[in-house]
Design a protein around this ligand. Sequence first.
Ligand SMILES: [Fe+2]
Length: 254
Amino acid sequence: MSSDPSPQPPLATLPGVLELPRIGAVKRPSNFSYYGPVSPRLVSEAAQFLTTRTDVDFMAVSPYLDSYLNSTSADCIGSDAEKSACWFLIRITQSGDQWKIPRWHQDGRMYPYDTGRESVVRSKYGTTLLGPHTLMLPAAPHLFDILKQSKEIFWFWQGEKDVFAQTTAAQRQDSMFEQRIWLAEEYKNEELVELRKGEIIRFSWGRDDSPIHSEPDLVCDRVFLTVLYGSAQELKGMCEMREEVYGKHDAEDR
Ligand SMILES: [Fe+2]
């Protein structure tokens, strides 16, 4: 197993701010999800998607998406082949109360790592084109301890095969909702990472010190992008884990 020569910290914002394409409103809430090679086709399909579900101009959003992919890919650790594929997600939402109570969590492991690259810090890049930013806590030990404690309290089935077998999915979901309320209370006075408009945040996943974050309260229309990179093999592994199709996008209107 090779060691990572310059590990990236769990949380950072990329230098420079890309000028955002103007979006005034959302026409239709929807998700765009793509697993596959990073390519100009991805840019045009994503731009087309945004043009039909918001009032953004294709000629403004297309170069923006191109720059977004270029700057995140340049920041990502690895050779060209090691970051030749991606999971690219656009989330378009309208106001609603589903995240009034934050859903504090860390992102877990997204795919099986290629041999020799197990120790490399893997990250997701996120930015908000319209509406409220993701709620992000600093990567601080006392905050990880609180999350760990919440799992000890509410994930009563953890590590206990018999207990797991005796509970239903609904019981586990109820307990996780109680955990969500508990965490909302625990973190309510914590200072969040401050994000500026147009800023791209990089946050790691699948590690003990991966940043704790939540969807923001949806007080208005929101358009949010994330991308993560890996090799073609890693992203194909992710598709297998999620029963997705490699090389094609999926648009899910709600
Ligand atoms: Fe997340």
